[in-house]
Design a protein around this ligand. Structure first.
Ligand SMILES: CC(=O)SCCNC(=O)CCNC(=O)[C@H](O)C(C)(C)COP(=O)(O)OP(=O)(O)OC[C@H]1O[C@@H](n2cnc3c(N)ncnc32)[C@H](O)[C@@H]1OP(=O)(O)O
Ligand SMILES: O=C([O-])CC(=O)C(=O)O
Length: 397
């Protein structure tokens, strides 16, 4: 009997279901809708913890004592400022450029300022963790101010992590409830097992490059509309739908055209994402306190109609579906939604960076070659134009 596996048995499109690491950082049960960070349920962390405590938990592997938390918060608070070179660099970016592109470039640029040191030096690891957590929000806010024609607002050392970020967008101290809601959003987005951007971070980490390159590569991966970029697309979609009556025809049109409905579906969850449940609740709390948003009824109807049509395929709201409604109520521009996701996910990426270093083996999978062999080199003068460029499925446009 031939025990060899065939190529189609070995190959899984999108590596679906293929383990890429052994990890202790987080766990998802996609059937029962459970998410745990280091074994603690997301609902509990959202209710009782803070983003910085959650970042500590993810990165250092345990809940901090009071003293450890205060020290970590202090370090982050005192490293929030960015060098004027980074601000000046941002002034050269086109103001129409997407903030995720600005963030990816700035995160990579941070590495220019901090010499590479041995990756087994705990002081270097700690300093990189602190700098990245501290400076990424400042860079997001600085690019936003610069593109609006303003000077960046310096971080306010009196404010906690979430309040300071909102302050750097407006120069106004935020309402404490709004800041608390934003902090919970950061917790909800901090980590999610082997998603595309975390995989990207781990692959980059596995080459033993510097942590700024690891984060820059992950930011670039998060930006795509099938991943973190979906949160911005959701708001555009709600705007396009425009009214509750248009929801059903919109869904029917998308499904007929095999078009994705943004903020729905997930590789792992086959039920409503537990983070979407919490975000929906946060949105409702914000509306009760700060006024309603007419998009909410459209979103709720969309969830109902999508379930009716494709619920049996396990297509339900993911984390990106309700987050935009929360951020819109906090007056955050929609093209900053994915950068907000990145600010939070830095915690998870750093946890995976550290974990990867502790067991490192460079990622180098294989492929199934499906191209030609033994072709002859054809001299330029003998080549014929056989297909129009736009008809060639392999053409790079
Ligand atoms: C933070 C995050 O990254 S959360 C995800 C954010 N992304 C989005 O919201 C974009 C919309 N969603 C999607 O594109 C997908 O659901 C993904 C990328 C999240 C997951 O993709 P995959 O696991 O590869 O699922 P896949 O593409 O195989 O879809 C399975 C089936 O569900 C359908 N489907 C999946 N998502 C959607 C959707 N959003 N709208 C309509 N149909 C969908 C597919 O058409 C497919 O149907 P078929 O089996 O009849 O062909
Ligand atoms: O797990 C995934 O594939 C995507 C996701 O929800 C996340 O990164 O938060």
């Amino acid at each position: 009997m031939n025990c060899m596996m065939t190529d189609s048995e070995v190959f899984k499109e999108g590596l679906a279901g293929v383990p890429a690491a052994k990890s202790r950082v987080s766990h998802v049960d996609g059937t029962d809708g459970i998410l745990e960070y280091r074994g603690i349920r997301i609902e509990e962390l959202a209710k009782s913890s803070s983003f910085i405590e959650v970042a500590y938990l993810l990165i250092w592997g345990k809940l901090p004592t009071q003293g450890e938390l205060e020290e970590f918060e202090y370090e982050i608070r005192t490293h929030r400022r960015i060098k004027y070179h980074i601000r000046d660099m941002m002034k050269c970016f086109p103001e129409t450029g997407h903030p995720m592109d600005a963030l990816q470039t700035s995160a990579a640029a941070l590495g220019l300022f901090y010499a590479r040191r041995a990756l087994d030096d705990p002081n270097y690891i700690r300093a990189a963790v602190v700098r990245l957590l501290a400076k990424i929000p400042t860079m997001v806010a600085a690019f936003h101010m610069i593109r609006e024609g303003n000077d960046p607002i310096q971080p306010n050392d009196k404010l906690d992590y979430a309040s300071n970020f909102l302050y750097m967008l407006t120069e106004k101290e935020p309402d404490p409830f709004a800041a608390k809601v934003f902090d919970v959003c950061l917790t909800l987005h901090a980590e999610h097992t082997m998603n595309a951007s975390t995989f990207s971070a781990r692959v980059t980490a596995s080459t033993l490059t510097d942590p700024y390159a690891v984060i820059a590569s992950a930011v670039g991966t998060l930006a795509g509309p099938l991943h973190g970029g979906a949160n911005e697309e959701v708001l555009n979609m709600l705007e396009e739908i425009g009214s509750v009556e248009n929801v059903r025809p919109y869904v029917e049109k998308c499904l007929a055209n095999k078009q994705r409905i943004m903020g729905f579906g997930h590789r792992v969850y086959k039920v409503k994402d537990p983070r979407a449940i919490i975000l929906q609740d946060l949105a409702e709390q914000l509306f009760a306190k700060m006024g309603h948003d007419e998009y909410y009824e459209i979103a709720v109807e969309l969830e109902k109609v999508v379930e009716e049509y494709v619920g049996q395929k396990g297509i339900y709201p993911n984390v990106d579906f309700y987050s935009g409604l929360v951020y819109r109520k906090l007056d955050i521009p929609s093209d900053l939604f994915t950068p907000l996701f990145a600010i939070a996910r830095v915690a998870g990426w750093l946890a995976h960076w550290k974990e990867q270093l502790s067991v490192n083996k460079i990622y180098r999978p294989t492929q199934i070659y499906i191209g030609d062999h033994n072709l002859s080199y054809v001299p330029m003068t003998e080549r014929v134009v056989s297909v129009a460029r736009n008809e060639d499925p392999n053409a790079i446009i």
